[in-house]
Design a protein around this ligand. Structure first.
Ligand code: TYD
Length: 143
């Protein structure tokens, strides 16, 4: 980990009801602070598949690993960290303008994501150099 990596994400803990099964739930406005416009899930990955490699300009996402595990590499261009997700009850809130890569997903892994916006390719920054330029321009504009 480098820098104060907790600025890149925060943990979301979900309740679990355990009886003869495990029931985990999430509610908008309670566990998820943003309005959920879309959910998607990624599964059946080839071994050692590496996904992501992009940042979003505006979209906020909450990520939960429902089965198996995943390593999430996160960077804002200065700080970086890797978060290991392995439980449906402990996910992360990923703010916009954080470069993310999903690593070490296996055929077992099911990654569930709730997003604050409908799918829009224009919200993606898919090239790391473009990402660095975008955040530099955003910071210059703030000053
Ligand atoms: P992408 O977000 O690049 O996947 P990953 O982050 O796992 O590498 O999306 C892969 C493809 O799926 C891309 O063509 C866009 C499409 N897609 C949708 O149509 N809707 C969605 O909600 C998502 C997440 C992706």
């Amino acid at each position: 980990m480098s820098g104060n990596a907790h600025v890149l994400y925060s943990y979301i803990n979900l309740p679990e009801i355990k009886d003869n099964a495990s029931l985990v739930f999430l509610e908008e406005g309670k566990h998820i602070t943003f309005q959920i416009k879309r959910v998607y899930f990624i599964q059946n990955c080839n071994d050692k598949l590496d996904r992501g490699h992009h940042a979003h300009k505006k979209t906020i996402q909450a990520l939960f690993c429902l089965k198996g595990s995943v390593d999430l590499y996160l960077s804002d261009g200065e700080m970086s960290t890797t978060v290991h997700l392995k439980s449906p009850t402990e996910g992360i809130l990923l703010r916009p303008l954080v470069w993310h890569e999903m690593k070490h997903m296996t055929k077992e892994t099911i990654l569930f994501v709730a997003a604050s916006a409908h799918f829009d390719e224009k919200d993606y920054i898919r090239n790391y150099q473009d990402f660095l330029s975008y955040i530099k321009d955003a910071h210059d504009f703030d000053e």
